[in-house]
Design a protein around this ligand. Structure first.
Ligand SMILES: NC(=O)c1ccc[n+]([C@@H]2O[C@H](COP(=O)([O-])OP(=O)(O)OC[C@H]3O[C@@H](n4cnc5c(N)ncnc54)[C@H](O)[C@@H]3O)[C@@H](O)[C@H]2O)c1
Length: 277
């Protein structure tokens, strides 16, 4: 179902680890819509993941870059423009990692070195990418930069741990840098707040299965899949959304605006957990 929405557009996609990754699906969708892309991930992820398989499918080159390292991002930006033969039209920042989540350290007992790493990898890296792109004048006017967020930035999901605070920061950086990049270069920056999705990063969160099913029950449309998210990213990279910037866009089947659903009530009644009148 290709509409060539990204024909002639060039971009960088961060964060494709394996075929479940949202970035993996987005790379395939962007190329199917006519884009030319460069793929990147942290050096360790390149060794452990399957990005070279994706590169073949997308006819794309892979450039390693640790998103916490400014020199790596500068190198990525320069080389991508050489490979693609010009400035960029879009960047997908699909990066998240929390050492506290990985090590199952409770939020109230957080390790602050880990917390700082979470922020550096999962939020400041968006600022770093935008800053390097701006300094290198790497983006075309009306270009689109996207980060991926989760509703734990607004509401409490205890197992999401320090990633919740970090996503709130990511969304704030999209607004603050979006303002600056908008007035100087008409570049757009947004975050997409995605449903729980079965990926390496997603499944690492404690209680993931429970809130995946809870969210599926609550959302009128059900959970949005990684493929659905990829299509939304394509639309956000396209000229059809050229006036959208500085937004956190919920892509969650209606979860964020639903209090309770018939499906959940029925389940609770069946389990006989309703209080006596
Ligand atoms: N899966 C979900 O339920 C869900 C829901 C909402 C938002 N998100 C967000 O979507 C994004 C993509 O995650 P995903 O679910 O596709 O999982 P994923 O594990 O496939 O992707 C996360 C990526 O981050 C990369 N990464 C980690 N540290 C890095 C570093 N220092 N430098 C560069 N890259 C680094 C990993 O190598 C990996 O490719 C993340 O921001 C995540 O928080 C995921």
């Amino acid at each position: 179902m290709s509409h060539q929405l990204l024909k002639g557009k060039k971009g960088i996609i961060f964060g494709a680890l394996d075929e479940r990754s949202i970035a993996w699906k987005t790379a395939l969708a962007a190329v199917a819509e006519g884009a030319e892309i460069v793929l990147t991930n942290a050096p360790i992820a390149l060794r452990m993941g399957k990005i070279n398989e994706l590169a073949k499918l997308c006819n794309a080159q892979v450039i390693p870059a640790d998103a916490t390292n400014t020199a790596d991002i500068e190198n990525l930006m320069t080389k991508s423009m050489e490979i693609l033969g010009g400035k960029l039209d879009f960047i997908l920042h699909s990066i998240g990692m929390s050492p506290n989540v990985r090590k199952n350290i409770p939020y109230t007992d957080t390790n602050y070195d880990n917390f700082l790493k979470t922020i550096d990898i999962s939020a400041l890296s968006l600022h770093r990418v935008c800053q390097v792109a701006m300094k290198a004048d790497a983006m075309n006017e009306w270009g689109s930069i996207l980060g991926l967020s989760y509703i734990a930035a607004q509401r409490v999901f205890p197992g999401y741990n320090d990633m919740a605070d970090t996503k709130a920061m990511l969304e704030s950086i999209a607004r603050s840098f979006g303002y600056q990049y908008g007035i100087t270069k008409k570049v757009r920056i947004n975050t997409i707040s995605q449903s729980p999705t079965v990926t390496t990063a997603g499944s690492g969160v404690s209680g993931f299965d429970v809130f995946y099913h809870y969210s599926e029950k609550i959302s009128p449309l059900g959970n949005a899949s990684a493929e659905d998210c990829a299509n939304y990213c394509v639309m956000m990279f396209s000229d059809y959304t050229r006036m959208v910037t500085m937004q956190n866009l919920f892509h969650d089947g209606g979860f964020s605006n639903t209090g309770v659903s018939h499906a959940l009530v029925e389940d609770l009644l069946k389990a006989n957990t309703t209080p006596n009148p």
